[in-house]
Ligand binder design. Sequence first.
Ligand SMILES: [Zn+2]
Length: 112
Amino acid sequence: MKPRRKKPLGEQSWKLEKWRSRCAWCMKKLPSDTQVFGISIALRPEAFKEMNPGTVQPLLLASAGKAVPMMVVKDSSPTKLAGKDAVFQLCSVKCAQALQAALKTELGGNPA
Ligand SMILES: [Zn+2]
């Protein structure tokens, strides 16, 4: 008998349905009638390999002392075609800038 696909650890708290409507930085609920801000990033292939497209993955930002929900895009999405692998959505410019700064600290040091 074949067991069902094993769920990755921590999937409970990193559900796409939950994070689709929340700010990746301050975790506030995004009002549906408000424009949200997005940041997209390119990941190194070895980092991307273990992630399923179309899911939310926690990205640990050690420098900021928190993990943020990163939405891994599907191969067919415009984001992917633009050369990016994952997106974050944010409630304000302030949150977008804070995340961008943390990402730069965290990922910026790595050679491409
Ligand atoms: Zn926010």
